[in-house]
Design a protein around this ligand. Structure first.
Ligand code: 5AD
Ligand code: SF4
Length: 445
């Protein structure tokens, strides 16, 4: 039986796309290659959001040349965001003739046909479409095992944040129909999944062009009503589209978890404006406080870019101040990376790499301290935890997450997929330890 290996870079949307690629390959009789086994096809599902990601993909693609010496019939495919960039497909084919297939983001489902053509013609297949398509429904998927499944509810992004390549490589916003999403979630529950994560680059813009009048809060309501589902999560939300109706939906819908990933990117109004984020520092802070007012136990996480063009000491100090004032549960921090074709790439005021690095270390240190303090405050409290299975780091204990998305380790005989009540007994930066004090969710006080 022929074998495949899929290597995925970047975001959860890519992870989900890779599940579809796996489904298509499995449907054509391929099985996943074992560790250490030379696969018959390698698919690199790529990312280009920052230069580092791009470099990694190109390095790996180059490295795969070696596979062709041990296994000359092997097929190498480079698909997704990196390939979608103008000129990249041609440049890969020129510099890395060992690559057999290049597909952009709009037609990854063509991997099966591309494979057939390469095998028949022994000639490379390059298909990068300029125009996005309405993503087809009903494609097969081999899902990552576990209690959690990813469900892409919308594709693309219309925001054009000035630093971001995503709108160029993922195209315009397209939402799936609520009925299709609900049916997929029901199927996942029937297969045994307990939690779904609704995905979109800008997930809370869901429905804008659907023409049915339904928005993301309405979709959450639909998904919440799926029988047998324990939890719903969603990412990534854009602050400018986070309505009061959504806050109420997260608060009121029983399965929807109290965790909002809400990238702020910067705490400086002048930087936010040049980033084209569509909100001010004050509006963001107001949104965060309305979320906390409605749900005091809601966790808030964020993304921050340091060293955006023109970010001066004052602008950076404003970001540090915002991080301290909000007190995020976690922050993902990035060094600004110029992306060809974006507006920010030609903005003046480049920040030296050394300054960027010094700034990111400061933000990380501030956030780590906040995360530790917030976690310490959780000691003694009881949380609903969804058991995921043995911990990767210490298989003698089980791992699970609270509704706020905090990882907890504890001992239990309850199988994966069960909801248990766990009292937090010890806290660290990344994980909590706890003891099970009951089955199901803790009673609400
Ligand atoms: N440079 C650095 N970080 C970026 N991000 C997106 N584009 C860039 C870039 N050019 C970050 C943003 C976004 C996260 C997914 O990646 O913080 O929220
Ligand atoms: Fe990129 Fe902004 Fe769209 Fe997020 S909202 S994908 S940062 S353009």
């Amino acid at each position: 039986m022929a074998t495949y290996r899929i290597i995925t870079y970047g975001c959860q949307m890519n992870e989900r796309d890779s599940e579809t690629i796996a489904g298509i390959l499995a449907g054509r009789g391929y099985r996943k290659a074992a560790e250490g086994e030379d696969p018959d096809i390698v698919v690199l599902n790529t990312c280009c959001v920052r230069e580092g990601a791009e470099r990694k993909v190109l390095g790996k693609t180059q490295e795969l040349k070696a596979l062709k010496t041990t296994h000359p019939q092997a097929i190498i495919a480079v698909v997704g965001c990196l390939s979608q960039q103008p000129g990249v497909a041609a440049s890969i084919m020129k510099k890395m003739p060992h690559v057999d297939i290049v597909l952009g983001t709009h037609n990854i489902e063509r991997i099966g046909e591309a494979l057939e053509n390469v095998a028949a013609l022994r000639h490379p297949v390059i298909e990068v479409l300029d125009q996005e398509t309405v993503p087809p429904e009903g494609l097969p998927a081999v899902r990552a095992p576990g209690v959690r499944a990813w469900v892409t509810v919308m594709y693309g992004c219309d925001n054009f944040c000035s630093y971001c390549i995503v709108p160029y490589v993922r195209g315009r916003e397209r939402s799936r129909l609520p009925g299709e999403i609900k049916a997929e979630v029901q199927r996942l529950v029937d297969e045994g999944f307990k939690e779904v994560v609704l995905l979109g680059q800008n997930v809370n813009a869901y429905g804008k062009r659907l023409g049915t009048g339904q928005d993301f809060a309405d979709l959450l309501r639909e998904v919440d009503s799926v029988r047998g589902l324990s939890r719903v999560r969603f990412m990534t939300s854009h602050p400018k589209d986070f309505t009061q109706k959504m806050i109420c939906a997260v608060r009121d819908l029983p399965t929807v978890c109290e965790h909002i990933h809400l990238p702020v990117q910067s705490g400086s109004n002048s930087v936010l404006e040049r980033m084209n984020r569509g909100y001010t520092r004050e509006q963001y802070m107001d949104l965060a406080s309305r979320i906390r007012q409605a749900m005091p136990d809601c966790s808030l996480t964020t993304d921050i870019i340091v060293g955006f063009p023109g970010e001066d000491e004052r602008g950076f100090a404003e970001t540090k101040d915002l991080v301290r004032q909000i007190g995020f549960d976690a922050a993902f921090t990035f060094l600004y990376s110029p992306r060809k074709g974006t507006r920010a790439a030609s903005m003046p005021g480049e920040v030296p790499q050394e300054t960027k690095k010094a700034r990111i270390s400061q933000i990380i240190a501030i956030q780590n301290e906040i995360t530790q303090r917030k976690n310490r405050d959780l000691a003694g409290q009881v949380f609903e935890v969804l058991v995921e299975g043995p911990s990767e780091r210490d298989p003698s204990v089980k791992a699970g997450r609270t509704r706020q998305n905090k990882m907890v380790h504890f001992r239990t005989s309850a199988p994966a997929g069960s909801l248990v009540s766990v009292r937090v007994t010890a806290t660290g930066t990344w994980t909590l330890r706890g003891e099970v004090v009951g089955e199901g969710s803790p009673p609400t006080t």
